[in-house]
Design a protein around this ligand. Sequence first.
Ligand code: WTA
Length: 676
Amino acid sequence: MAENLNLDVSEAQIAVHWQEEQVFPPSAQFIAQANMTDPRIFERFSEDKFPECYKEYADLLTWYRYWHTTLDASDPPFWKWFLGAEINASYNCVDRHLDKYKNKAALIWVPEPEDEPHVTLTYQELYVRVNEVAALLRDFAGLKAGDRVTLHLPMVLELPITMLACARLGVIHSVVFGGFSAKACGERIADSGSEVLVTMDGYYRGGKLLEHKAKSDGAIEVAAKEGQTVDKVLIWRRYRGKYVSQAPIVEGRDYFVDDVLRDYVGERVDPVPMPAEAPLFLMYTSGTTGSPKGCQHSTGGYMAYVAGTSKYVQDIQPDDVYWCMADIGWITGHSYIVYGPLSLAATSVMYEGVPTCPDAGRAWRIAEQLSVDIFHTAPTTIRMLRKADPDGPSRYDYQFKHMTTVGEPIEPEVWRWYYYVVGKGKAAIVDTWWQTETGGFLCSTMPAIHPMKPGSTGPAVPGIYPVIYDEDGNEVERGHGRAGNICIRNPWPGAFQTVWGDRDRYVSTYYAKYCKDRNSTDWRDWPYFTGDAAMEAADGYYRILGRVDDVINVAGHRLGTKEIESACLDVPEVAEAAVVPLADPIKGRVPDVYVSLQPDCDPTQVRAAVVRSIEISIGKIARPKHVYVVPDMPKTRSGKIMRRVLAAISNGRDIGDVTTLANPSVVSEIRDMVQG
Ligand code: WTA
């Protein structure tokens, strides 16, 4: 894994270390039942059929009104899909299934404590609950189409219910990962301009009932400092009628949803027909610089894209039991726990806690009990489960037909364990490469059409045309063993619309780098820059190497190094901070922190203070492996901190030539400190 860390060797050098892997064909049994077995789908989505080809995905949905223009590219790179159309996401995920599937399980919730019963919501029950909550949001919280609301919720049924209630009204939800700190939540409340916060009292994780409501109080303070007032806090309770938090209730601001809902029993709210281009939600993600970006996703284009990819790449069918173990607080959960699967009337499983609680067999027991046949997770979880109990799956009687890996590159070794042990040699695996910004998959094999290749994501999915550029904008050809910046040449309906409130940042971060002509209104001149390095093998399969920017992918989640560094600088003793990725056998990467101190400071308490500050600013997910207090940072003569030198030291790799640094002697001092 350390090898594909793009820090002190060029991408081209990394690429040549890799060997081609043997491919695995999907089984005849899988192919016989698959939704898509016809390779001509790639002809239907060929470049000369673009953009009309996407009607095939849009037709999986129910529209109030059809579009007059499939793609309006007149204001690049602000692409508009299905212009003139009207649709409602909640209607598509709930109401339209009632005729055929009202008694079918829409969501099955598995609480972490194993002695608590599962909760199943049929489509009819989901319909009732979404309507009542929509009525509450409209009439009690005063929300209307276009308003933003922040949902800081864990993995409980109330999260998708609230999301679908927002979507019913055209209210834009911004879900903040439950594990994020009060500060991170508050900043997102402020940036999105939310006047209402939906939260919960507590939830189970890792065997403990965690306090959660207290975070909302801190978040509201942070938001207030940034000029955003929250008028209402709606608190779901983990146990109806019983408050499990220690945090006080603020009179006139905080309300228990289960209490207020009594006034809305039996209420029905007509879904609001929304323009296809109306935003459905914001999802914040970390980038190279500055604060997290609110990726704004559309209603029509996004829904069409997640429905299409769920059907053909995830191979979801109405009688499947589908379990994606991601958190809904990340994009994977939005697209492939909630909107994609529910739009197809699937049964989607949600699990509250960690997959090793109370023991490493938990995930396999859930799979066995619920007869899960489609399983979706990330390499970090796969590595963790493999380490905890490498033979575990064989003791449980489940059989997956299809499995997904997502979030970071998977080592071929780990892939093979996933295939042979978790999938029992029978499941088709898709390695789906995509991003918060892209709404849905960019590259993956089509599970019944292509063979699988361990460690490679596969070719592009239908309708996506990638290209790899070198730094100068020359195309890197396939099959030459060289890597470069992977870009997407064309717009697609799942792509985000803009960075909330910051059009310039959207253009400069994602489209400026390889734009051929700023004045052009031809989409061909505006390739989308993903920020990932990749190489394309002779067979057209892409191998993703990782981020090219200052983002550390921890357990499949993007953390901005700048955000972590600025949390370090909140500790008064810290003068300078540098955060680098350290290869980790389970999480892929974890942050390693270097700090130098103000003159005459006592370093004894600093390490703990830095860890605490990072947890307060971002959350435990960003907790560093080490905090090194160094006499000085290695710097160039112009004063730039050489993070790559620190990364090489952290990871025990060759540091390269440092003689041109302003202070070369500090490098050996730091190396001795770190490597002993
Ligand atoms: C990485 C998660 C290799 C990549 C859906 C991307 C992957 C970032 C894969 C996006 C994969 C995601 N193989 N790398 N299958 N999937 N990545 O926004 O670096 O949380 O840019 O979206 O994760 O992370 P995000």
